[in-house]
Structures are given as structure tokens and as C-alpha cells.
Write a protein that binds this ligand. Structure first.
Ligand code: ZN
Ligand code: MN
Length: 458
């Protein structure tokens, strides 16, 4: 009984008084042809290990890094899409740590002068806002493969341009985090600067999590980082697991240890990897081999950002009269949104005109229904044979002669209903309309049928 009571109290406290505090770090590999500081052909997911390397990305003595112009441009593009302030002055720093995936003993990254700061991203129909702390550019590291007691290193990935996006700790629940990450993923794919493929690790997610005690002001005195998660659902589960774990510790009067943890898929839980005691002093300093970056306002302004998904949704809803939910689904991929707007709608409208029919005013919503339900949002759908689709959209064509005959037949067979209507029972007409429609096998417009029936009965 005591146990039950204690559990009940715990649950009650959990729900009412603790607030999760979550921030995100997102790494995105850019799909440039060459490396961040070398001419290596990067993005070789399937290549044999260590076949796309050179003195620069292997960190051989004397090799000189030269920044990739495209990577810088694309980082600014991402930052603009995230409403950031672009710094006109920026630089690369060396971030030192000792790990076998890092041939130079340091990673070229950006420390105190990142490319962009102070942005935000709004999500969902009511545009909930989450702040972006910074966006910077760095080089990716090599990949480690642990085989038994051995660790193998593949440097193909090292030197791939890597954008790091850091949010403010603005999230208080895992659902918002998931929605935010999905929107960010969609935006990055719209910008066409990365495959952002979780499976291949070209988009990697790291939540940092803490829990605020009841009535605590400011941020909690600790945070736990969960490293390199490769799915939105796993991020959500890792956060849920951590929040419960922290609350349990806080309930006992303890403070969770500041540490880095790893996500375990099998158990939907996390395990400790290293604690803050070993925390790195990265000894950042400006890379003496790379001159600082200077951007003119004109250069920044000329980097174009395409119409982003939320703006497309708004235009679809306000200008084209499509329901929010449908507009949302269609705009999850730029390809499907473009296919819908520039291929599917015009093709179907043209077909309708060819059949000497009037294009319905709600053509966009009608085609949206088709695209979602019949074509399953397939942007590669074959539109050469869309006659069936057109038929399902068109107002029913009514065969006048057949309709008159059918009406006469139905009235004759339903003398009671016809009499009821003549006697003033208005709903009797709907029964007769139903009978006519059935006889016509749906090849008639119900409004016309009703009008003709009334005309005949009067
Ligand atoms: Zn290289
Ligand atoms: Mn990083």
C-alpha cells in the first residue's frame, strides 16, 4: 500500500511541476563534389575504405587547406532559410582533441565567429517558434568501425563539408523536437544542399537534455548529451527516457551527472559513454593556414533561397484554396509539390478543356485529393494516361433523353412518393432523386435530376 501511494505521488509531481529543457545540435553533410578543404571526391558512401583521400584530408605535414566556396555559399543558404543573421566576418579555428577518426589531431571548425547566428524556425499550423543559436561550417571526421578488439578507420568521409546547426534550449517536450527536426529536414532537402539521409549518416542528431525542478529559475545546473542519433523517432524516445531518468534522480534529491550518453535502439534507452570529468579542453585557436572570411552584403543578398515549405503551404491554402492538411502533405517534398503544381494540375485542366467541359473552380483541391489518395503522392506518376483521373473529377455528364425517360419510369413506379410530393411532402423528392440516380448508374448530376423531377411533377 505504501508503495502504491508513493508511486501515485511521484506521477502527480512529474506531470505538474518538472519541465524538460531540451536543445539540439544537428550535423548535416553537404553534397558538394569536393571536400571542405581539398579536391577529394566526397560523398562516396559505397567506395572502398580510404580510396578517396589526399594529403590535405589525411592531415599530412605541409598540406595546405583551401576552403570550398560552394560549401560556404550553401551554409549561408541554410542560415538564411533559418532566419539567421549572417556575419560579414567569419573565420576557421582548430578544435583539438585526440581520437583516431581525426588524422590531424584537430578538426577545422568555427569557434567564436561562426558564419551565422540568432535565427529561428517556426513549425506547425500555428507557427510555434524555436530559436537557432548558431550555424557554422566544419569538416567531417573519418569513420570508425569496431571489429572485435580492433578499430578500423575509413578516412573517405574525413574532410566532407559539415554544417552544424545549434538551437537554443527552447524545447519542453519531445513531440515538438520531432516536428522541428522533420521541418528542418524538409527545408534542407528543399535547398538541395544535402541528401540529409539519416540511414547514411548525412544528417546526425544530438539532443541535450535536462529537467527543471519545480519553481527553479534559469536553466538547470547540468545537461546530458545523447550523441549521433539517426532517426527522429529515436531522438524522441531518447528524450522521453532521459526526462524520466532525470526526474527519478531529482525526486531522490540527486542531480543527474553531466555526461555524454549513447542511444540503445533495442531497449529505447540510453547508456553512459563518458562523463564530464574527462571533458575536453579543445584549445581552440584560429587556423593560421586559412585567411578569415569576408562577405559583402551584396554577396549575402545574392544567395537565393527558394520558396520554403511553409510559404508554399500558405500560398496553396490562400491562393489555390487547398485544405491545410492536404497542402502540408503535398509540400513535404519539393519534387512532389512542383509535380502537383506544374504538371498534374495543368495536365488535368487541359484534358477537361479538350472534352469541352468547364474547369471546376476548385480544380486544385480536386487534384490534391487525387494526388494524395489515388497517386499516393508519387511525383513520378505517369500522366500520359490520366483519362480515368479526369473522369473522376469532372461533373457528371447528363444524357438528357435518357434522363427524361428514366424520370418518367421512376415516377410511374413510385406513385405514392410522387403523390406525397404533390401533397406538399418536400422530402419525398429526395427519395425519387435517389431512385433516378440509381437507374442512371450515377451518370447524371443530382442537382439537375432534382430540378427536372420537380419540373415534371408540377
Ligand atoms: Zn582530400
Ligand atoms: Mn560539430
Amino acid at each position: 500500500m505504501t508503495l502504491l501511494k508513493r508511486e501515485w505521488i511521484t506521477i502527480k509531481i512529474n506531470m505538474n511541476n518538472y519541465t524538460p529543457v531540451v536543445g539540439l545540435e544537428i550535423h548535416v553533410e553537404l553534397k558538394t563534389e569536393t571536400g571542405m578543404f581539398c579536391q577529394c571526391n566526397v560523398g562516396q558512401f559505397k567506395a572502398d575504405p580510404n580510396t578517396h583521400v589526399c594529403p590535405v584530408c589525411l592531415g599530412l605535414p605541409g598540406a595546405l587547406p583551401v576552403p570550398n566556396k560552394k560549401a560556404i555559399e550553401w551554409t549561408i543558404k541554410i542560415a538564411k532559410a533559418l532566419n539567421c543573421m549572417i556575419n560579414t566576418h567569419s573565420k576557421f579555428d582548430r578544435k583539438h582533441y585526440s581520437y583516431p577518426d581525426l588524422p590531424k589531431g584537430y578538426q577545422i571548425s568555427q569557434y567564436d565567429e561562426p558564419i551565422a547566428v540568432n535565427g529561428y524556425l517556426e513549425i506547425g499550423e500555428n507557427r510555434k517558434k524555436f530559436r537557432i543559436h548558431r550555424v557554422h561550417l566544419e569538416e567531417d571526421t573519418g569513420k570508425l568501425l569496431h571489429v572485435g578488439s580492433e578499430t578500423l578507420v575509413d578516412f573517405n568521409r574525413s574532410g566532407t563539408p559539415l554544417v552544424e546547426i545549434v538551437t537554443e534550449p527552447d524545447f519542453d517536450n519531445s513531440e515538438d523536437v520531432k516536428n522541428f527536426l522533420e521541418e528542418l529536414h524538409t527545408i534542407i532537402r528543399y535547398l538541395d544542399v544535402s541528401d540529409a539521409d539519416m540511414e547514411k549518416g548525412t544528417m546526425r542528431l544530438e539532443p541535450n537534455i535536462s529537467v527543471k525542478k519545480p519553481n527553479q529559475s534559469g536553466l538547470p545546473p547540468y545537461k546530458v548529451e545523447v550523441k549521433n542519433i539517426n532517426s527522429f523517432n529515436f531522438v524522441k524516445r531518447a528524450i522521453d527516457f532521459e526526462v524520466d531518468r532525470h526526474i527519478e534522480l531529482l525526486e531522490r534529491g540527486e542531480t543527474p551527472i553531466q555526461e555524454t550518453r549513447g542511444y540503445v535502439e533495442k531497449t529505447s534507452s540510453t547508456v553512459s559513454q563518458r562523463s564530464k570529468e574527462e571533458a575536453h579542453d579543445y584549445r581552440y585557436f584560429p587556423d593560421p593556414d586559412i585567411p578569415p572570411l569576408e562577405f559583402t552584403q551584396k554577396y549575402i543578398e545574392e544567395i537565393e533561397v527558394p520558396e520554403l515549405p511553409h510559404k508554399k503551404i500558405r500560398r496553396f491554402v490562400e491562393k489555390l484554396g487547398i485544405k491545410y492538411r492536404d497542402a502540408f502533405l503535398i509540400t513535404r517534398g519539393k519534387k512532389s509539390a512542383d509535380f502537383f503544381e506544374t504538371t498534374l494540375v495543368p495536365t488535368i485542366a487541359k484534358k477537361i478543356q479538350e472534352q469541352k467541359q468547364k474547369v471546376p473552380t476548385n480544380i486544385h483541391q480536386l487534384v490534391a485529393n487525387l494526388f494524395i489518395n489515388k497517386l499516393k503522392l508519387n511525383a513520378d506518376a505517369d500522366v500520359s494516361d490520366i483519362d480515368q483521373l479526369v473522369i473522376s473529377i469532372l461533373p457528371k455528364k447528363t444524357d438528357e433523353k435518357l434522363l427524361q425517360e428514366t424520370i418518367a419510369k421512376v415516377i410511374d413506379a413510385n406513385k405514392n412518393a410522387a403523390g406525397d410530393f404533390k401533397a406538399g411532402k418536400q422530402n419525398a423528392i429526395m427519395f425519387l432523386v435517389g431512385q433516378v440516380m440509381r437507374e442512371m448508374k450515377g451518370r447524371a448530376d443530382a442537382t439537375i435530376v432534382k430540378a427536372k423531377l420537380i419540373e415534371k411533377l408540377k
